[in-house]
Design a protein around this ligand. Structure first.
Ligand SMILES: [Zn+2]
Length: 58
């Protein structure tokens, strides 16, 4: 089973969405996206936990 997330779920005006085969892989995509597209937002352990609550199975 894979997982999916949409950046817009975080009240961002951002069309990005990501799908991956597993949670760890998805989190890597989201981390890279956050660091590059949403500066100066920081990738923190707290943010990882929030992101995990928005994951959807695909
Ligand atoms: Zn985004």
């Amino acid at each position: 089973m894979g997982v999916k997330i949409r950046c817009a779920d975080f009240n961002n005006d951002c069309p990005a969405e990501f799908t991956a085969g597993e949670e760890d892989e998805l989190l890597q995509h989201v981390e890279l996206h956050t660091r590059t597209a949403h500066q100066p937002m920081e990738w923190t352990p707290e943010l990882v936990e929030v992101v995990k609550t928005h994951l959807q199975p695909v």
